[in-house]
Ligand binder design. Structure first.
Ligand code: 5AD
Ligand code: SF4
Length: 443
């Protein structure tokens, strides 16, 4: 046991990485380490990295540079770096050669080895690099040091088989591997007993959950199982691939009372030519039909999406198709990204890359339009009643509390410590593009 030893973990990237960090923290706590915000006081600092876009990588190198001073002041400090970036040869070489103050390099497939790796460093004081090229089945269930008491992530499927031509994820997270239903249901039940009200089921493509398991296992059926857990109040999930978003799933979202009315359905582009070249496996018409069906079946559901602008070869008219799609479908929210070439992916090898300035202009046009639509959509919620799970003080203002609606909108309410972790009814008084303000009407 390590007494009075402290750790800090810096996380980049998606929810999957946030969740991995909770598990890294869980293992460190089991080893006796305690969390600290103060790097100068830390005995271990871990970086959990992301490689999805270039700017995610740049941030990591910046942070590594910054950490050097702490190592100088405390030579016993262990600095470790793991996550998606370390599943690629180039960044590993770069870190190993140029950042000599890094003691440990590990990957996404062996996070459960963290305690052994740390013990090895403590015994030998040598630098340790352990990255597995391939996954060895599922990462075993691990203790989690959760960020929130009332809301928890559950990983249901690891990896991705889609090979979209822009995306690095399949290369760094491996093939799709579903967790058995019983193991997910057990974890959800345990969390509910611990006071968790809301779970978010995580996977790069939750809709293909179960394809690698027995015949009658599927994502809609998993939702049905989890919906039975009495103490659980809300079930969220992300991310859905439009190609696999079935009518059966839509029916479950509509009928199962605990499944939240929010669907994140990344479209990426509104142009059939671009969608084909991205290897997305659906057309613009198919996607529009899916969203219209969601809107017709569950009128108060919210739909959010992701866009990539400036994919290689994207012309003005391709981009216009994206703009038209946004106007037609009126998403509640969209994450918009500038295409970032990722070495090793097919799209990065193309010689018709879009000019950087043009990419920025397209991003701005798209963001401007989406902000306007999000604002207008939220205005329509003024006067409506919503149920929010109160999570505590807003990060911007400790005097204001917040929670999320079933549709995943952030909603501000008055400061009420007694409501933390409760689902309460509120009436919406005001709305901006990304947030609502409301009054409590029933606790
Ligand atoms: N460049 C820009 N955005 C990307 N995404 C994935 N790969 C890239 C890339 N190379 C975006 C997609 C995906 C989201 C998680 O990140 O929109 O849905
Ligand atoms: Fe998440 Fe993908 Fe980034 Fe890894 S590369 S952290 S899976 S977004």
């Amino acid at each position: 046991m390590s007494e009075n030893k402290f750790y800090n973990i810096i996380t980049y990237g998606c929810q999957m990485n946030e969740h991995d960090s909770e598990r890294l923290a869980g293992m460190l706590e089991e080893m006796g380490y305690q969390h600290t915000e103060d790097f100068a006081n830390a005995d271990i600092i871990l970086l959990n990295t992301c490689i999805i876009r270039e700017n995610a990588e740049l941030k990591v190198y910046g942070k590594l540079g910054e950490l050097k001073q702490y190592k100088r002041e405390n030579p016993d400090l262990i600095i470790g770096i793991g996550g998606c970036m370390m599943q690629q040869d180039e960044p590993v070489d770069e870190v190993y050669k140029k950042y000599r103050h890094v003691d440990l390099i590990f990957g996404t497939h062996n996070i459960h080895h963290l305690p052994d790796l740390i013990n090895k460093i403590e015994e030998t004081r040598d630098r340790v690099v352990e990255v597995w090229d391939q996954e060895e089945g599922l990462i075993p269930d691990l203790p989690s040091q959760r960020e929130s008491e009332h809301s928890a992530w559950i990983s249901i499927i690891q990896g991705c088989d889609n090979f979209c031509t822009y995306c690095i994820v399949p290369y760094v997270r491996g093939r799709e591997r579903s967790r058995p239903v019983a193991s997910i249901a057990d974890e959800a039940a345990r969390l509910a007993e611990d006071g968790v009200k809301e779970i978010t089921l995580l996977g790069q493509n939750v809709n293909s959950y179960g394809n690698d398991l027995e015949k009658d296992v599927s994502f809609p059926k998993l939702l049905e199982e989890l919906n039975k857990i009495e103490k659980l109040k809300r079930i969220r999930f992300m991310t859905s691939h439009p190609r696999d978003f079935s009518d059966e799933l839509l029916k479950q979202i509509k009928n199962l009372d605990k499944v939240a009315n929010h669907i994140h359905l990344p479209v990426q582009s509104g142009s059939n030519k671009v969608l084909k070249e991205m290897n997305r496996g659906y057309t613009r018409e198919y996607y529009i039909d899916r969203v219209k069906k969601i809107q017709a079946e569950i009128p108060n559901a919210s739909v959010s999406t992701d866009f990539i602008v400036g994919f290689p070869g994207e012309t003005e008219s391709d981009f216009e198709k994206t703009i038209e799609l946004v106007k037609e479908l009126e998403f509640d929210m969209a994450y918009t990204f500038i295409y970032s070439p990722r070495s090793g992916t097919p799209a990065a090898r193309r010689d018709d890359q879009v000019d950087d300035q043009l990419k920025k202009e397209r991003l701005n046009r798209l963001m401007y339009l989406q902000n306007k639509i999000s604002y207008q959509k939220n205005q329509k919620l003024i006067g409506s009643t919503q149920e929010i799970l109160v999570t505590g003080a807003s990060s911007n203002d400790p005097e204001v509390f917040e929670g999320r609606t079933s549709t995943n909108k952030i909603c501000f309410i008055e400061k009420r410590e007694d409501l933390i972790g409760k689902i309460v009814k509120v009436k919406v008084d005001a709305a901006k593009s990304w947030t609502l303000e409301a009054t409590i009407i029933e606790e």
